[in-house]
Design a protein around this ligand. Structure first.
Ligand code: ATP
Ligand code: MG
Length: 462
């Protein structure tokens, strides 16, 4: 299971000392699932690891010498090599004040968070080292804290969130005592930096079982702690188009869109505005305008968690447009206006369509024609898009400088207004997007509004 390059590194490091695979790679190999980075643990001091790795020609970085961590960059990816250590007291709810190096492998495994993460495979052979019953928990599908969960969650407030994240990635249950300890230690969890929360929540959402992770968040109180805006979704009943409440529907959508951050975050947030927009009229429940409310909530949450502009933009575009339902009765022009709005939000048609289909399927209502209708609507939009109609000012057959020359004026707000009007016209009828056609339209518009005062006006006295 060990790639040759890692084997070579191991030989260079430790002919004379203990070296073991630990952490996620051991867990995931036992599960037969692909894993991310390799983690190694060793009795060697970090300075020795650094020196030996470099002497053998590896690129090695002293990532955290005081915590005993060196990173070696292999073609496969980075390998973290951590000296066996035990952690001193925790004071800030995140990191031990001190660490003690030079302990045994068993002590090192005891400081790790969950039994399934506290196994090791010594590279010298001898088989699995598993003092906490990680293998049995893997078999049972259980996430169980190493030692006393209350104490472990007092030390480090990130661990409860990691528990939920592993539940989502592996489809495991959190063992009852471990789960019960989370609400008891929310004061520690509260101190985790928003960037870390975002990273863990993103791993949770993009796991193969987002429902398991999100339900663990909800039942443990972590959802209320970090995403309190979402709490009213639970139990918010919908209308005859939906079988489930808003929360249950959300879980369904999350499990149906691709495992990708933008799509999964959008799934979580797309209906967050529904509870606040719920109206009952003539015996029917409506959520008019919930998309923009969801957008506001999504933006507030993502800003609070310090999400990148890229992620925010992706999520907000999906949230904003998820409620648009193009109908066969729409004119081609109406379809083009919709394509234009998607373009303005840099949301590809296929992505919008995939999200919409997941959203529709997650209603839990039998609708035998749904897929056919969806397919027809998307095919029509795609066919219109394939004609490459003008959908933005950049596509106009007359550019800004040509329009300025025509008007005999420098640029200014008038130009933007004119271009917007021309765009409206050519989205309506792409046949008008020729230099002559636009010149005529522009001339008519300029004559209508008259030559407004501009910088060209000779001012008396100048
Ligand atoms: P993945 O790499 O797939 O995210 P992982 O389990 O390898 O999962 P890492 O963050 O790479 O997670 O950490 C490597 C190992 O270090 C873990 O398996 C665990 O043994 C230990 N570990 C990581 N974070 C903590 C923590 N907050 N508390 C205790 N032990 C931890
Ligand atoms: Mg890892």
């Amino acid at each position: 299971m060990i790639p040759p390059e890692l084997r070579k590194l191991a030989e260079a490091l430790a002919a004379d000392a203990e070296l073991a695979l630990v952490g996620g790679a051991v867990r995931d190999e036992l599960l037969g699932r692909p894993h991310g980075d390799w983690d190694l643990a060793t009795a060697l001091r970090p300075e020795t690891v650094l020196a030996r790795a470099r002497a053998a020609g590896f690129r090695a970085v002293p990532t955290g010498l005081q915590h005993g961590t060196v990173t070696v960059i292999l073609a496969e990816g980075p390998v973290e090599i951590t000296t066996f250590r035990s952690d001193g007291d925790y004071r800030d709810g995140r990191r031990p004040v001190s660490v003690r190096l030079g302990v045994s492998l068993e002590e090192d495994l005891a400081r790790r968070d969950f039994t399934i993460n506290a196994m090791a495979v010594p590279l010298a052979g001898g088989g699995l080292v598993d003092p906490h019953g990680g293998r049995a928990d893997l078999r049972e599908g259980l996430i169980r804290a190493v030692g006393d969960p209350l104490q472990r969650f007092s030390e480090d407030g990130l661990r409860p969130l990691r528990a939920c994240r592993f539940a989502a990635q592996l489809g495991f249950r959190i063992e009852p005592a471990t789960l019960a300890a989370i609400p008891e230690r929310l004061d520690v969890a509260r101190r985790v930096a928003p960037e870390r929360v975002l990273a863990e929540l993103t791993k949770l959402l993009t796991g193969a079982h987002p429902r398991a992770g999100l339900e663990a968040l909800r039942t443990s109180g972590l959802l209320d702690l970090w995403l309190p805006e979402l709490a009213p979704m639970v139990g918010c009943a919908q209308n005859r188009h939906h079988r489930w409440d808003v929360w249950e529907h959300t879980l369904e959508v999350a499990g149906r869109v691709q495992e990708e951050p933008g799509l999964r975050w959008a799934a979580l947030l797309h209906d967050a505005g529904k509870p606040g927009s719920r109206m009952e009229a003539a015996g029917e429940v409506h959520f008019h305008g919930h998309e923009s409310r969801s957008g506001e909530i999504a933006e507030a949450i993502l800003r609070r968690l310090r999400a990148s502009n890229h992620l925010k933009q992706e999520v907000l575009a999906l949230v904003r447009h998820h409620g648009t339902h193009p109908e066969p009765a729409w004119s081609d022009a109406a379809c083009r206006r919709f394509l234009r709005r998607l373009g303005e939000d840099a949301l590809p048609l296929e992505r919008w369509a995939a999200f919409r289909l997941a959203d529709q399927r997650a209603k839990g209502i039998e609708d035998p024609d749904r897929e056919t209708r969806h397919g027809a609507v998307v095919a029509r939009l795609a066919a219109l898009a394939a004609q490459r109609p003008p959908l933005s000012v950049r596509d106009l057959a007359l550019d800004g400088s040509a329009l300025m020359a025509m008007a005999g004026r420098k640029g200014g707000p008038w130009l933007g207004a004119l271009q917007a009007e021309l765009l409206e016209a050519v989205v309506e009828d792409p046949g008008r997007n020729t230099p002559e056609g636009l010149a005529a339209l522009a001339a008519a518009r300029l004559a209508r509004s008259g030559p407004p005062p501009g910088p060209r006006d000779p001012r008396p006295g100048r």
